[in-house]
Ligand binder design. Sequence first.
Ligand code: NI
Length: 169
Amino acid sequence: MLDIFTLGEEVLRTENKKVTVFDDALRMLVDAMFDTLVEADGVGLAAPQVGVSERFFIVDLHRGDDSRYVFINPEIIETSMEECPYEEGCLSIPGLYHDVVRPRRVKVQAQDLAGKYFTLEADGLLARVIQHENDHLNGVLFIDHLAPEDRQRIERQFAKRQRKGRRSK
Ligand code: NI
């Protein structure tokens, strides 16, 4: 399993480089990320969350081959005018959730593990996870979308949990 970096760690806020080499090392890293995602019981994981400052993320909506996606060098090329709220969480801010308003549908262009370009239109949970994970590639976390008081409350709760976690170790 890979370590998942959490709120306050610099790697979540640094610039991420485009992937230029599509090799076995990348495929092995992506495999390890899928294992880590299942273990952590999440639906999406971006490279910077495992300490890799590169532009790619994975999605696994319901633990089946047909629900697994790898997005390398993604660009969200269209978003719907229509927006909706959805309760988001993040493996880098474990156990804390808040509604975030985002476009309901997106069109994304990305490369697969072979470097081949593809375009995907998504709505529902997939559209939501794509937008959340794509934010990670730009150093953005879901709490950045919240009103200041909601964001600060989550930051305080997170800090409190971190202190408790350290004491119990
Ligand atoms: Ni996240």
